[in-house]
Ligand binder design. Structure first.
Ligand SMILES: [Ca+2]
Length: 286
């Protein structure tokens, strides 16, 4: 049996396991953190969870999510109703096979800008990070990709977000990040580092809104933290610490929209490390 056949069999078996366990998935109510008012806690199980296990972004009207199962060569994007959480459109083969063949099997936390989804895509050895552009309307690959200077990205590219006001795309290493890395939005060439006032780690997602960069951190222990970063000074401040109530939850994507009153709405995905992804929506009271 070839390695690819083994992978495919493993994928099928794993899918069956997910289906069985998905029947027993439970939606755990989140504890309301300081500064965050809980609006929604939407659960995705089995195959739906695959589409939103990694990243989130929004265009002001719709949410977009990313996910993947490397063993099945699945790299997924989805378009989601922001209010109900209903998945409206799916693409289960977002990254073209020519890139999959080269080991590009992982989409991280994504960013919407100007009709495109900017998707950070990393290869298996995490050596040559890329940003690929997808059409937000169709979720199809546009043929546009950028190879990023990997100098400051030693462990792949876990997330990216566009700052259209200043013309940058921001990202960071996943582990032990001392800097935010700014690339020029025009051609994604390296621009500059933003040294941080404190180190951040397990950086799963980010979003830029109203002049501030926010990051979603898969911090260990009882809490998962959202922090704000001043892009001019690098100062890091805590926005919210979410109490996971002892659940073994990996937090993933982050995106931020505004409600009718101009209040920030934080959308965060949490993965239970088994078969369920929760989309949690919070109004920022701070
Ligand atoms: Ca994002």
């Amino acid at each position: 049996m070839t390695a690819s056949a083994i992978k495919k069999y493993f994928g099928v078996i794993w899918g069956i396991i997910l289906l069985i366990f998905g029947l027993f998935a439970k939606n755990v109510e989140p504890v309301q953190p300081e500064n965050f008012e809980v609006l929604n806690n939407i659960m995705y199980i089995v195959d739906d969870a695959v589409y939103c296990g990694q990243g989130l972004t929004n265009d002001g009207t719709y949410l977009y999510s990313s996910g993947s199962i490397a063993s099945m060569y699945m790299t997924c994007l989805a378009k989601i109703d922001m209010n109900t959480g209903e998945i409206l459109k799916k693409n289960m083969g977002a990254v073209p096979f020519e890139f999959i063949q080269k080991g590009y099997d992982h989409i991280g936390d994504i960013s919407y800008y100007n009709g495109y989804i900017y998707a950070p895509v990393e290869d298996l050895p995490e050596e040559y990070p890329m940003v690929m552009l997808f059409d937000a309307e169709t979720l199809e690959y546009t043929g546009i990709y950028y190879e990023l200077d990997p100098t400051y990205l030693p462990d792949g590219i876990p997330w990216c977000t566009v700052d259209a006001e200043n013309g940058y795309l921001y990202t960071s290493p996943f582990h032990d990040a001392d800097n935010i890395i700014a690339f020029n939005l025009s051609d994604l060439s390296f621009s500059h580092l933003i040294p941080l006032s404190e180190q951040i780690t397990r950086v799963q997602g980010g979003d830029f809104i109203d002049g501030t960069l926010y990051v979603n951190l898969d911090t260990s222990g009882q809490y998962r933290e959202v922090k704000a970063i001043n892009i001019h000074t690098g100062e890091v401040t805590l926005v919210a610490a979410r109490d996971m109530q002892g659940a073994d939850t990996e937090t993933e994507g982050l995106t931020i929209s505004k409600d009718a009153d101009g209040k920030l709405i934080f959308h965060i995905t949490d993965y239970d490390r088994k078969f369920t992804v929760f989309l949690r929506q919070y109004k920022y009271l701070g």
